[in-house]
Each structure stands twice: as C-alpha cells, then as structure tokens.
Design a binder for this molecule. Structure first.
Ligand code: PAF
Length: 282
C-alpha cells in the first residue's frame, strides 16, 4: 500500500492513474476506521481498479464547542486495517497541507443543509462539502463511496455533485451495525460501557418506527412513541427525531418519495446519529 501525504504528490499520482486508464474508487474518511468504513472499501473495490482512502479530520466541519480536539485517531492501526482490506493508496494530509492559507472559497449547499443536523451544527455541512470538493480535485476519483449512516451528508454531497456538474459517481453503502443494532461510528469508543449498552435504543426506535409506518400508523404517532422511548433511557438526551422525504429533505406530504426517519441523541458529550430509510416501494 502506498502512503501519500502531500496534495501535489496525490494529484500527480491520480493524474498518472487516469492517463493509464485506471478507474479510481475513493473512500473519504476521518480515520479511526471500523467495519462501517471497511464496507465502504469493499463497495469501492466492486466498481474500480484502484482504491484510494483518505484520512483527514477536517477542522472546517467542527463547531467551536464540538469534539475536533478529542476526535479519536490511530494512523498506524488505520493503515493496517486499510491495507488488509485491499486499499491501494492512503492519502493522509496534514491540516496545513489541506488549508495552507485562509480559506476564502466555500461550497455551500442550500436547503438540505438547514434541517436535521444542519439546524444545530452551524457551518458543519459547509465544511463537509468544501473538503469533499477539495478531496475530489486532489484524488480525481471516478467513483466515491459514502455511508448511509450519514444520510444527510449523502444528500448534500449528491446535490453538490449534481449542481456543480462534478464528474464523479456517488455510491452509497448501507449502515453497518454492531450485533445489538448500534450503528458503527468512530465516536462509539467514547461512550461509557453503560451508555454504549443503552445506545441500542436508537436503532430500536427506528426499527419500530419503520414497522409502525409500514403497518399504516401515522408519522406523528410513531415519532411520538419513539420520543417517549428515548426519553425513558438513562443519560439519553434527544436532540431531534424527524421524518422527511429523501433525498430532498422536505416535509413528507405523501408516499411518492422515500421517507427518511433520522435522529440525533447525546450521551454526555458524545453525539450519536442514526436513521432508517423507508423506500416508497416497501
Ligand atoms: O463522513 C466523514 O467521515 C466526513 O464527513 C468526510 C466525508 C470524510 C468529510 O470530512
């Protein structure tokens, strides 16, 4: 596995691969890899002949009171996992390499960034779309893979790619869950053992909500039941649970669109998100 840490070296390597007719599959990550990330690598490998994984904890997508400084990281462990899963190149730039000057150009996707996590994480999606646009210009992928766990991020990135005519295919990989149903996240490591057990409530309420909807219950009644169930769990501080049409993230007026039920819950200073998608054909 090759390791590249400068923008110029990565751009030159990507350009050479393209000239050689190779199809580049890209997995952008913030590291501390888990099985969810590794499933993105598998997805990228299915549709490319070179896979490039980036590891970059992007300061621009963290608010001043968020967990940028405590975000978990272990580059040696990540490199081993990536290599074992068949990644060809790891791109691991520093903050100075990615943001050498004050950034004056930002990618701001409107509307879909204003709801769910965007309502409380001011500037978060602006930071995400900007760094993903930069990474696309550096890694020059044909295909990039994102996880459905960050459903709103997927909607934002797809909109950016469509609106800016970016020549990259976005693939979405399903949520990978721990055996008890907790969605895998790099942040799970920061939960206390008790909170980690209790956090199973997130997926439980989502599965119940989906069942309820498919049985004909109203959206408002399943959301009310889910809210009550989360509020009954020790230390679980519900930030939001909402049902929106997907991927436009507008109000759900009828079942002509897919329905996304998404939530964010804090356990102490660890903020977890999860979601479930109900396809209109279900
Ligand atoms: O999902 C993530 O890990 C990050 O938001 C991403 C896409 C790597 C951008 O920093």
């Amino acid at each position: 596995m090759e390791r590249i840490s400068t923008v110029s070296a990565m751009q030159a390597r990507a350009e050479a691969l393209r000239l050689d007719g190779r199809r580049i599959g890209f997995i952008p990550t913030m590291g501390y890899l888990h099985e969810g990330h590794l499933s993105l690598i598998d997805e990228a490998k299915r549709d490319s002949d070179i896979t490039i994984l980036s590891i970059f904890v992007n300061p621009a997508q963290f608010g001043p009171n968020e967990d940028y400084n405590s975000y978990p990281g272990d580059i040696a462990r990540d490199e081993l996992l990536a290599e074992k899963r068949g990644v060809d190149i790891v791109f691991y730039p520093s903050v100075e390499e990615m943001y050498p000057h004050k950034q004056l150009t930002w990618v701001n996707v409107e509307t879909v960034t204003e709801v769910l996590c965007g309502a409380s994480r001011d500037g978060h999606f602006r930071g995400v779309s900007t760094v993903v646009a930069k990474l696309f210009n550096i890694v020059k992928p044909h295909v990039a893979v994102f996880g459905q766990k960050d459903a709103q991020q997927v909607a934002v990135i797809q909109k950016m790619v469509d609106d800016l005519n970016m020549n990259v295919i976005i693939r979405i990989a399903p949520i990978v869950r721990e055996p008890n149903g907790l969605a895998m996240s790099s942040r799970n490591i920061r939960l206390t053992p008790e909170d980690r057990k209790n956090a199973v409530i997130l997926s439980q309420v989502l599965f119940r909500a989906k069942d309820g909807i498919l049985k004909g219950e109203s959206i408002s009644s399943v959301l009310a039941a889910a809210t009550k169930d989360i509020q009954a769990v020790a230390h679980a501080d519900l930030e939001y649970i909402e049902a929106l049409s997907y991927p436009d993230l507008g109000p759900m007026t009828d079942f002509n669109n897919d329905l996304l039920i998404a939530l964010a819950v804090r356990f102490g200073n660890v903020r977890l998100i999860d979601n479930i998608l109900i396809k209109k054909s279900s």
